[in-house]
Write a protein that binds this ligand. Structure first.
Ligand SMILES: Nc1ncnc2c1ncn2[C@@H]1O[C@H](COP(=O)(O)OP(=O)(O)OP(=O)(O)O)[C@@H](O)[C@H]1O
Length: 295
């Protein structure tokens, strides 16, 4: 439903996003991740037709251009600061954008905006403004919602509300592109990961594939751990001990099983060692920097 083909964005001739190509299908929740200044907000603004770019962007097969935004009719967005009129109440702000009063009231209830919906927005706290901004992005049942740091300023309860609302809308077919530095939060909802570094997309994968590919160690348990140590040492398979488990490399998984069989040892467990998502991202970015230094 959203397709980017070789999209590059330049600000004052400086390339900010380079050759971005990706394709998102309906109902996906895509986490756009990357260090400060990587280009996440620029990618979002480019999709919304707010920057000069080369390449093609299509939403439901309709082209987005700098001058033609009709493809964006069913797109909701929250980028940087919510577009809120301070002297209007929350309800008046929502009414400005809304086509459907029932849908508006449902969002007010779901986001628990009711207690302050008739107060002027200038009196709202950071979190209240953020919730109002999210409500604006979700108005009129959009097909695509672009959220830049949606959890900014939200307390725990509001974070849970927003998380559930995103999941509920995605289950009904709404597509989400969400950037966040709160990786643990994105991890709970995203179905696809796009990792950006220095204006380039370095990873674009379903989250299941990403997790499988990056589980690099396995925890092994047998019926006789001490004989297993000897067997692996004799076969020169590297491992570390995390009693009663042995930790082996993913690449040694098959070979280790052959060695165990030869020594009449039985596998009782072989499971991937969970590496924290945060650690994985940091390692991938460090490896990238290493590659650049070598060049
Ligand atoms: N209006 C602008 N003028 C000049 N440079 C800009 C402008 N907007 C963005 N940039 C530059 O583009 C690069 C990408 O910025 P962008 O805001 O897209 O990053 P980001 O990944 O969203 O970062 P953050 O995580 O800090 O929000 C940065 O180097 C930034 O300095």
């Amino acid at each position: 439903m959203l397709e980017l083909q070789d999209v590059s964005t330049f600000i004052r001739r400086k390339p900010i996003v380079m050759h971005a190509t990706f394709d998102i299908s309906p109902g996906q929740i895509v986490g756009l991740i990357g260090p400060n200044g990587a280009g996440k907000t620029t990618i979002m603004k480019t999709i919304l037709g707010l920057t000069k770019f080369t390449g093609t962007i299509r939403i439901n097969q309709m082209l987005v251009t700098e001058n033609n935004h009709s493809a964006l009719t069913h797109v909701g967005a929250l980028i940087e600061h919510p577009a809120i009129y301070p002297f209007l109440t929350g309800r008046q702000n929502l009414t400005l954008y809304s086509h459907d009063q029932t849908d508006l009231m449902q969002l007010v209830t779901q986001l628990e905006l009711t207690p302050y919906i008739d107060r002027p927005a200038k009196d709202y706290s950071l979190g209240m403004k953020q919730k109002l901004g999210i409500a604006i992005a979700l108005l009129n049942q959009p097909q695509l919602v672009i959220l830049d740091e949606p959890m900014n300023g939200l307390d725990i309860e509001a974070t849970i509300l927003v998380r559930n609302l995103i999941k509920q809308h995605a289950a009904q077919g709404t597509t989400f592109l969400i950037s966040s530095h709160i990786l643990s939060e994105l991890q709970k909802i995203m179905t696809r990961i796009i990792l950006v570094n220095n204006g380039q997309i370095i990873i674009n994968q379903p989250i299941i594939t990403f997790n499988q590919l990056h589980q690099t160690q396995y925890r092994l348990l047998t019926n006789d751990p001490s004989r297993t140590i000897t067997a692996l040492q004799n076969a020169q398979v590297a491992f570390t001990v995390d009693a009663p488990y042995l930790i082996i490399k993913q690449a040694d998984r098959i070979n280790s099983q052959k060695i165990l069989r030869q020594d009449d040892l039985y596998l009782t467990e072989l499971t991937p060692v969970e590496t924290s998502f945060e650690k994985l991202i940091v390692t991938i970015l460090e490896n990238q920097r290493g590659l650049h230094h070598e060049n």
